[in-house]
Write a protein that binds this ligand. Structure first.
Ligand code: HAM
Length: 432
């Protein structure tokens, strides 16, 4: 028999790990809900051209990292490497581009053929947020603060926000001319990777990791010096608002991001607690993308957070599982049917009610309830079944004096009162 293994760069998420994932997702979803941001789901598989045109052929993502193949109808398909291009396509295609402006989020798997390491996978997950149809600089500020607040809510420490502006098309093409001149003169002093980028994607040279090239770039022309008055004013105002909101940031003039669609604001959030893959969130404005893809001119801005990196960083408080509220111990033919019926009723109370299905001895079932740290147990044996009743018992923390009551299966009022007094009211006062 074959020993099958998952593909390199993909992982199985097992039940114990998923407790943390689910708690993190819950906190994120609450935050998005409170900010009135709505969900959008697009297909994982798209036409390849969506990404080559949307993200840019010269980018690493498109030229080296996409999972692209021909389907049985000979169409070139790609597993999405990111979500922004798909959201733009979906809004254009469904005619809901900018009427009214849209605040949207998505969460799901993305695929990039990268070298796997801690915090970097080939199948990974992103939470993305896109504000489409928003031009005001306050939308830039809201996007940045939203990302910041989500990370803070999850108890992530040592956050650093880096911001930059890439100006508009004219600013960038003026800069690019001067930069290309400078690159021509300095080609031989650049590292090999940067030399290769001169023709394909010169802006990316700015965020090289090569120390020597970095040093050399200190004397290169700066995009910042080519900004029009309008672009500069926009950028200065955003910085001012971030200061007022007490969101700490540092400026990084070399922050250009890896995707071609950005204009004006670009930002990344890193955490000092992560290793080399420190960027947990990246985003920026993309005012030309939708127009380029065939939609009407529509300004937009967004970000994406890498969930694997988030899980590595999230604090202890999101690791906890909610304990079982009631474990239903049952044995005997008639008792088992009644127990099944009761478990369904209990779940209507928003309680975690687990029905023992083992048919094992009472003592084994009690042990299981203990192991699960269930807050209470219900016992139904044949004696109880004949009388159409059950015993419900609350576990004290110190296990002394367990509070016990016998309740008739038809007495909903008594059951409701008991659950209120012993489980439900206690929970809401803890949650407050
Ligand atoms: P990105 O910077 O390519 O931006 O990715 C965003 C985040 O996804 C990264 O900061 C990182 O946390 C995570 N990420 C990327 N690649 C991997 C990987 N191989 N393994 C694990 N995590 C990874 C975008 O994707 C843009 N669509 C963001 C955006 C939305 N811009 C505007 N709107």
């Amino acid at each position: 028999m074959n020993n099958f293994k998952n593909l390199r760069g993909t992982v199985d998420l097992l039940p114990d790990q998923l407790i943390k994932w689910q708690n993190v997702e819950k906190i994120i979803l609450e935050q998005l809900f409170r900010a009135s941001i709505k969900e959008i789901r697009t297909p994982i598989l798209e036409m390849t051209e969506l990404f080559t045109r949307g993200i840019g052929e010269g980018t690493d993502v498109v030229s080296k990292e996409m999972y692209t193949f021909l389907d049985r109808g000979e169409r070139s398909c790609t597993l999405r490497p990111e979500g922004t291009a798909s959201v733009a396509r979906a809004l254009i295609q469904n005619g809901i581009l900018n009427k009214p402006p849209q605040k949207l989020w998505y969460m799901g798997p993305m695929f990039r053929y990268e070298r796997p390491q801690a915090g970097r996978q080939r199948q990974f997950h992103q939470l993305g947020v896109e504000f489409v149809g928003f031009e005001s600089l306050r939308s830039d500020v809201e996007i940045i603060t939203l990302a910041w607040d989500i990370l803070e809510k999850l108890g992530i420490k040592e956050l650093n926000l880096e911001i930059n502006t890439l100006g508009d098309n004219t600013d960038r093409s003026n800069f690019q001319k001067a930069f290309l001149e400078w690159l021509k003169v300095n080609t031989n002093s650049l590292d090999l990777d940067s030399q290769k980028r001169i023709d394909k994607n010169p802006l990316r040279i700015l965020d090289t990791k090569n120390v020597q090239t970095k040093k050399l770039l200190e004397n290169a022309p700066r995009l910042f010096d080519f900004l029009s008055e309008k672009s500069l004013k926009r950028y200065l105002n955003i910085k001012e608002q971030l200061k007022i909101l007490k969101i700490p940031y540092v400026e990084n003039f070399n922050l250009v991001r890896g995707l071609d669609y950005y204009t004006h604001t670009a930002f990344e959030i890193t955490s000092g607690s992560l290793g080399s893959q420190a960027t947990v969130c990246g985003g920026g404005r993309y005012d030309n993308l939708i127009n380029q893809m065939g939609g009407t001119e529509t300004p937009a801005i967004g970000f994406a957070i890498g969930l694997e990196r988030l899980i590595l960083l999230a604090g202890k408080e999101v690791e906890e599982n909610r304990a079982t509220d009631i474990y239903i111990v049952n044995k005997g033919l008639q008792a088992e049917t009644l127990a099944m019926d009761l478990s369904r009723k209990l779940r209507n109370y928003d309680l975690i009610a687990e029905l023992d299905l083992s048919g094992a001895s009472f003592s084994k079932q009690f042990k299981k309830a203990n192991k699960l740290k269930s807050k209470s147990i219900i016992v139904i044996g044949d004696d109880e079944a004949i009388k159409n009743e059950f015993i419900i018992r609350l576990f004290n923390n110190n296990n002394s004096e367990n509070k016990e009551e016998t309740i008739s299966l038809d007495d909903h009022i008594k059951l409701g009162n008991w659950l209120d007094e012993n489980l439900l009211l206690k929970r809401s006062s803890i949650n407050k």
